[in-house]
Structures are given as structure tokens and as C-alpha cells.
Design a protein around this ligand. Structure first.
Ligand code: PBG
Length: 328
């Protein structure tokens, strides 16, 4: 009986050896922290389906962002909860809209120490909750793109560092790029939600952002979870149209997509670990069924190992603190 000369256990012998050869490393700078900004004064309204997450008024958001930055967070993505909604999403692009005011305030306060990413979509601002203009029950593509591009300009104008269209209309990246360039924002990057699936994991977000569609679903614009090659087509088109960073969403059930995209492109890839992923881990942890810190860090490591450079996660601040604990 001869033992193998190659013994993979040799490099697992001590924590120093394991760290020495580790292929994947999580850093707080990889994380983007999503925030729900409310138009109500003094708001800090807990979201029942997302324990630990709140709808925040601008002043409260400033406080929480300051604390997040102390934990090492360097970027946030903003979702607006407007006072008023209509069928044209007027408050998505109004200069005095909640997100435009929030971006100005946050950039005024934190300047170059924080990347402010604007989620560019219409659903939170529409009475019907769809991501585009609706006519006779159909979600129209080209008229929606016009409003989305107008929204992107207003966000860039307010000082957004990155524009992140999440609507999944065809051709929006190209139109947004043209419009931004035309307004002098040729140096504002676009992070495109390129492979965004019609996922059931978004439901806690829709409570948080009050953006559930009032009829039908999003399957005529978001991708079918059964498809993989189609994601590569979406990514290729967005790159062709000028996307700087591309996103896969959700993350956990779509790690094969992240990997496939990684093999296709060399631009940075972001993965969005969505509300349902957060809530599942929180709920299990609150029941004492899993060790939250260990499971969250393992999950985020898996997403990064799959090929993501950037991870949008509601656990961003906690994860940043846990990483510091581990490193100290
Ligand atoms: C808006 C948008 C959604 C999410 C991000 N941007 C919801 C949706 O498409 O219904 C989901 C994020 C999450 O679940 O955390 N288009």
C-alpha cells in the first residue's frame, strides 16, 4: 500500500498556510450597500420582511452612511420611495425628487470618500409599479427608455458617481450613454443590470421599496430563470452599447451565470445578492438554525469565487465589520 506523494492536506495544516494559498479574498471595498430613501421626515421605518433594514429619511441616511463608512463601506446604491407616484414616473426624474435631493446631500457630506450609485428605474415612481410606461396592459419599450434616460441625466446632474439602470428595457444602455454624453457627463460610468432575472427572491425588496406591480408580473422584461445563453447575449449587447460594469442578479441561485459571464468578458462584474437572499439568511439566523456571520461570509465568498468583483448586499455593513474582526 503506497501513500500518495501529492497530499493536498499539507497546505491546509495551519491557518497561516491556508491564508497563504487562499484564492479568494473578500474586502469591505467589494461591497455596495443598498439604501431605501424615504421622502417622509425623520423616517427610520423598519421593513418587516428584511430585519435590520429601514426606510430612511435623508438626514437619517447620512448618519447611517457615516457609520457604514467607519466600518469600511465605500459605496452605496440608492432606491427612492417618493411621496407621490403617477403613470409617468415624474418623480423619478424631477430635479427635486427624493433621490436627486438625497444624492446632492450625500455627495455634499461625503464627497470623494463615497461612491454614490443611483439605481435608475421607474417602478418605485409608478402607480402601477412596473419598470416602464404601460399602455393597455403592455409595458412599452421605447417610450420607457426615454423616461429612464431622462432619469439618468437628472441623477448624474445631482452628482451620482455611477448610473445603474435596472429596468431591463432593450436598448436603454445605449440611449442613456448618448444622453449622458450629450449633457457633458461623458465620464459618468454605467453599471448595467444586464442579466436581471424575473425572480421570486425580490419580494422583500418590493415591500421595502413599495414597488410591487399592481397587475401581472415582470416576465415580459426581466429574464427567464431557465435561460443561461440569453444572459451572455444581454451582456454582449450592454457592452456594445457602452456599459462599463455589468451586473448579474440575483446572485445565489445564479452563480453559474456569474461564472459564464466571467469567462466571456474582462470588464468588472457586479452581482446583486438580493432581498430574498438576505431575508432567508436573517430568518434562519434569528431562529438559531445557522451561524449568520459564518454563513453570510461563506455565501459572499462563493459569489466572489464565481467571478464577481463587486457584490451588492444588504449585509454589507455587518460583513465589513465581521471581516475586520477576523483580520484583527
Ligand atoms: C427595480 C429593482 C428591483 C430590485 C432592484 N431594483 C425590484 C424588481 O425588479 O422588482 C430588487 C432588489 C432586491 O430584491 O434586493 N427594478
Amino acid at each position: 500500500m503506497s501513500y500518495p506523494t501529492t497530499r493536498l492536506r499539507r497546505l491546509r495544516k495551519s491557518h497561516l498556510l491556508r491564508d497563504f494559498v487562499a484564492e479568494t479574498e473578500l474586502n469591505a471595498k467589494d461591497f455596495v450597500w443598498p439604501l431605501f430613501i424615504s421622502d417622509q421626515v425623520n423616517a427610520r421605518i423598519p421593513i418587516e420582511s428584511m430585519p435590520g433594514i429601514f426606510q430612511l429619511s435623508i438626514d437619517n441616511a447620512l448618519i447611517e452612511i457615516g457609520q457604514a463608512m467607519e466600518a469600511g463601506i465605500r459605496s452605496v446604491i440608492l432606491f427612492g420611495i417618493p411621496e407621490e407616484k403617477d403613470a409617468e414616473a415624474t418623480m423619478a426624474w424631477a430635479d427635486h425628487g427624493i433621490i436627486q435631493r438625497a444624492i446632492r446631500k450625500i455627495k455634499d457630506t461625503f464627497g470623494d470618500d463615497l461612491l454614490v450609485i443611483a439605481d435608475t428605474c421607474l417602478c418605485e415612481y409608478m402607480t402601477h409599479g412596473h419598470c416602464g410606461i404601460v399602455m393597455e396592459g403592455r409595458i412599452l419599450n421605447d417610450p420607457s427608455v426615454e423616461v429612464i434616460a431622462r432619469t439618468a441625466i437628472s441623477q448624474a446632474n445631482a452628482g451620482a458617481d455611477i448610473i445603474a439602470p435596472s429596468d431591463m428595457m432593450d436598448g436603454r444602455v445605449g440611449i442613456i450613454r448618448d444622453c449622458l454624453d450629450g449633457e457633458g457627463f461623458d465620464d459618468t460610468p454605467i453599471m448595467a443590470y444586464s442579466a436581471k432575472y424575473a425572480s421570486s427572491f425580490y419580494s422583500p425588496f418590493r415591500d421595502a421599496a413599495v414597488s410591487a406591480p399592481s397587475f401581472g408580473d415582470r416576465r415580459s422584461y426581466q429574464m427567464d430563470p431557465r435561460n443561461s445563453r440569453e444572459a451572455l447575449e444581454e451582456v454582449a449587447q450592454d457592452l456594445e452599447e457602452g456599459a462599463d460594469i455589468i451586473m448579474v442578479k440575483p446572485a445565489m441561485a445564479y452563480q453559474d451565470i456569474i461564472r459564464n459571464v466571467r469567462e466571456l468578458v474582462d470588464v468588472p462584474i457586479a452581482a446583486y445578492s438580493v432581498s430574498g437572499e438576505y431575508s432567508m439568511m436573517k430568518a434562519a439566523a434569528q431562529n438559531g438554525w445557522i451561524d449568520e456571520k459564518a454563513v453570510v461570509l461563506e455565501t459572499l465568498t462563493g459569489i466572489k469565487r464565481s467571478g464577481a468583483d463587486i457584490i451588492l448586499t444588504y449585509h454589507a455593513v455587518e460583513a465589513a465589520k465581521w471581516l475586520t474582526e477576523l483580520k484583527s
